[in-house]
Design a protein. Sequence first.
Lengths: 787, 265
Amino acid sequence: MTDRIKRLREQSLNAVNCISAERAVLITEFYETGIDRQVSVPVCRAMALDYILSHKSICINPGELIVGERGPSPKACPTYPEICLHSLEDLEILDTRKKVSFKVDDEVRKVYADRIIPFWTGHSNRERIMNALPSEWLAAYRAGVFTEFQEQRAPGHTVLGSKIYRLGMNDLMKQVREEITKLDFLGDAFAFEKREELKAMEIAANALVKFAERYAMELESLANEENDESRKSELLNMAAISRHVPADAPRTLHEALQYYWFVHLAVITELNPWDSFNPGRLDQHLLPFFRKDIQEGLITRDTAVELLQNFWIKFNNHPAPPKVGVTALESNTYTDFCLINLGGVKPDGSDAVNELTYILLDVIEEMRLLQPSSMVQVSKKNPENFIRRTLQITKTGFGQPSFFNTDAIIQELVRQGKQLEDARNGGASGCVEAGAFGTEAYILSGYFNLAKVLELTLNNGFDKRTNKQAGMRTGDPELFISFEELMNAFEQQLQYLTAVKMRGNNMIHRIFADFMPVPFLSLLIDDCITNGRDYNAGGARYNTTYIQGVGLGSLTDSLTAIKYHVFEKKTISMSGLLKALAADFENFEEFRKELVYHTPKYGNDDDYADDQARLVFRMFFDAVDGRPTSIGGIHRINMLPTTSHVYFGSVIGALPDGRKAKQPLSEGISPFQGADHKGPTAVLKSASKIDHLLTGGTLLNQKFAPSFFEGDEAINKLTSLIRAYFRMDGHHIQFNVVSAETLKDAQKYPEKHRDLIVRVAGYSDYFNDLGEDLQNEIIRRTEHEGF
Amino acid sequence: MKGLVFDIRKFTVHDGPGIRCTVFFKGCPMSCRWCHNPESQSGLPETSTKAVSLDGRIFTEEETAGTWMEVDDILEEVARDRVFYDESGGGITISGGEPAGQPEFLLSMLKELKTMGLHTALDTCGHTEWKNIVATMDYIDLYLYDLKIIDEGLHLKYTGVSNKLILENLKKLAGLGKKIIVRVPVVPGINDDDESFRALYLYLEPFGKALNEINLLPYHAAAENKYKRFGKENLMKDIKSLPKEALIKRMEELESLGYVVRIGG
C-alpha cells in the first residue's frame, strides 16, 4: 500500500457518518420555483438532477486520484425528502442511536425545521404510498408479515453492464435524439410520453457532463495553487480526464474508473435507489483498458493497483442514506451493498477469469474495507486456483469475498426468459440477488415472513401482537385432524398474504413510475432509450419484482415438530401445543427440550425434516412466481434475509420448533442457529433440497473456525466443498471465519476489536456495529470445529 | 448382518484423502491410557447419563453409546455425502474401536462400499488375527495403521496388550504392497521422548518405501468429561496437551530422515 492510499484509507475509516442537508436544500429550492407545474414529470426530475449537480459542493480530497463524493465530504450522507421525509425526531434518533449513528448538527436540524419539513410534509412519496395502500396491506405490514423496500428508497437495484466503457454521454445523447426523431405521433399512442422521457434523459446526460466540468475547473485551480510538481501534474491530468469522461467514452483505465464514479454519483444523487448501483463485472469491464495501458507503458501493475485501491476507498466513503421512523431505530447496520463481481464466464460462455481478476483479489485483500463488498462467481469452467486464491482471503476472517455459482445464476436467469448472453453477462448484487447486468430492473419489494404465516395459521389469521385479523380465517387448528389439513390451511394463508403483498407492489410500482422516474439511470440500462420508457416504469429489457422469503429453517422445523409430535407420535395435542406456545414454554420446559433436542431438524440431511422445506418452498414459489407486475414485469421469489430475520423474529411469539418468543428466526436458507449438528456437508445437502434454480437467489451462511483454513489441504477440501454444493445447484455460500471466543471477547471489549468484520447475511459488517441480539446470534451459529 | 457402531461422522478431513465420512465401530482389544473415545472400548452398548442444558437449566438424559446397525443402514447414511467424496477424492474411513474386531460385518460392508465405487480407508490398531486384515486387502485403498509404542513392555503397560501381533501384522501388510500410513499418537510422558522416536525410526527403517508415510497425532487433553460420564478412570487427567513446537520438531526430524510426515491425519 502506498503512503497515499494509507492516508486515504485512514481518512475513510476515521471519517464520521453525518447527515448533510445540502441535497435536501437544493431539491427544495428547485421545487420552490414551481417548475414542476410547468413541465412533465420526467423532465422535471431531470431538471432537478441538473439543479443539484450544478450546485452541490465539489469535494477533492488531498492526494486522491479519483474524485467525487455523494455529499460535501466523505461519509456525509444526503437525504431525499421527496422520497421520505425525516422528522426532527428521526434526526435525533440518527444522531443518538448506538449503532451506526449519523451526526446531525444544529444547522441541519434548523434547516429541516424551517424549510425542509414545512415544504415536504404531505408531499413525500412515502406518504403517497401509505395513502394508497389498502387496509389489509397495512394490517399485514404492521403485524410483521412483510416489509416494504420502496417505502423509503427508490426501486433501483440494478447493476451496470459494459455500456459506459463503450459510450460517452455525448453518444447516449445522440441515441436519445435519434429516438426522438423516430417517434410516430400518428400511430403510437405513447409517443408523447416517450418524448418527455427521452427529453429528460438528454437533460440528465448533459447534467453529468456539466458536473464533471465543474470538477475539471476546480482541479485546474487546485493545480495552479499546488507547489508540489508531481501532484500538480496529477491534478492537471485528472482535470483532463474529467473533461474527456463522462462526455466521451474512456480510453484508459484511469478514465474508465473516473467515468464509472461520475455515473455512480449521478445515480445515487438522482434518487436513493436500493442497493447502491455498482459496476458489477469489474474484471471484465476493465481488462481491455488495463491490458492496453500496460502495453503502451501508461501504467505499471503497481500504479494500476493504486488506482483501483483509490476506487475502493471511494465506495467506502459512502454510507447508505439512513431511514426514517421505527426503521431508523431498528436498523443498526447501514452499508450500501455494492457487490463487485469477479470471475464467472464471458458472453460466449468461456472462462472469464483473467490476470485482472487476481489483481482485484489482491486489492480486496489489502484494502479490507466494508464497501465495496466483493464476491467471486464460480463456474465449472473456472480454474481451481481461482477458488483457492479467494479462500486465502476469506480465511483472514473479514467475510469477503463470498462464493456464487455462475452456472446456477445463468440457469435461473434463462428460466426467467432471458437470452443466454444476457444471463452470462449477469451475476449477483446486493446480498445474493441474481440479475442480468445492464439489461434488467430486478427490484426487491420486501422481505416476507414465512414463519409468521404459520403463526397466523395457528391462530386462524389473528395476530395477537397487534390484536388484529392480519391474515385470512383458515380454520381453527384444533379441529385439524391431519398434518395435510394444517398444510392446506398454511398454503391458503400463504396465498392470501403473498397476494396482499403483490397487490401493494403493483400500486407502489405505478407510484414510482408516475411520480418518481429516473431518467439518468434509464440512460444506463438497456433498453430504456429505445423503448422511450423510464427504468421505474418498466423500460428495461427485463423487469423482475422479487419477494424475499425469510425464515425457511424456523418454518420447516416448526412444521416438522407439529407433524412429529402432534400428528405422529402424539406426544402432545394441538391444543396442548398452542397452550405451550401461548405460555412461551413456561411450565413446558421438558417439552421444549424435546422440541429442541429430540425432534428432526432442517440442516442435517434428514428427509423427515427437509421434506417440509421442499414443500413450503414450492408453495411459496407457486404463490408468487409468474404473477405480472404493473410495469410489465413478473414477480419472482428469492430466499434472503439481510438482517430482517431479527426483526421478523421480534414480531413472532414462541414457535413449535422450540424457539422462544421474539428470538431471531433462521436466516437465509441456513438452518436455525444450532439446529444443525451433523457438519457442513449435511447442511449443504439439506440446503440443496430446495430447487435453487427456481429462485433469483438464496443465501447460505457457514461459519468455520480459522483452523479449518490452515494448510493447502484444508483449502483444497473447502474448494471441493464449494464445488460439491454448486454441483447440486447451490446458489451462494459464504464463510464466517471466526472463533466464538473472539466474538465474545469483542462483546466484552469492543475497543479491542474495532477491525473485526463478520459476514452477517450476504454482506459484511463491523461486529461492533451490530446490535447485541445479532451479535449473540452470530456467536451461536454452529461452529464447525475441526474434528 | 448387524454390527455395533458408535458413531458415523460426516466431513471428517483428517482420516485419509479428501472429504470423508468415518464409521466408528465399537469394541477394542486395547485400552490405551490416552484413549479419546473410552466409550468405544467395550464391545457392547453402554448407557450413561448426560447433562443437557437449555436456557441455563440443566436436564439429565440417558444416552446409549453403540447402536446395532445393518450394513444397508450404514451404506445409506454414507452414500448421502457421495457428491463430496466425488469432488474431493474422498471416501469412507472405517475406524473404531477396532474395525477388525467385527470381521464379518466389516467385510460385508467393505464389499458393498467397493461395489459402490467408493474410496475406502481402514484405521486399525493391528491387534487382531492376520486373517482379519488380509481379508480386507481387496477392498481397502488405504490402511491407517496405528503404531503406538515399539518397546513391548511399555506397550503392554500403556495399552494393555503386547505389540507382538501388531508388529507382525504390519510387517506382513507392508509386504502386500498396499498403501499404508503409519499413525503415531504422540503422548506426553509416554512416547514423546527421544528414545521412543529412535525406536520408531529403527523399526520403520528396514521397510524403506513401503512404510514411509507417517501421521503424528497429538494427544489432546479433551476426554476427561467422557471418562467421567462413562464412569471410567482417566489416568491421563493431569496430563496437558502437547505443545505444537514439540510436534513440529519431531516432524522435522523424521522429514530429515526421508519420511513424509503430517501432524494430524
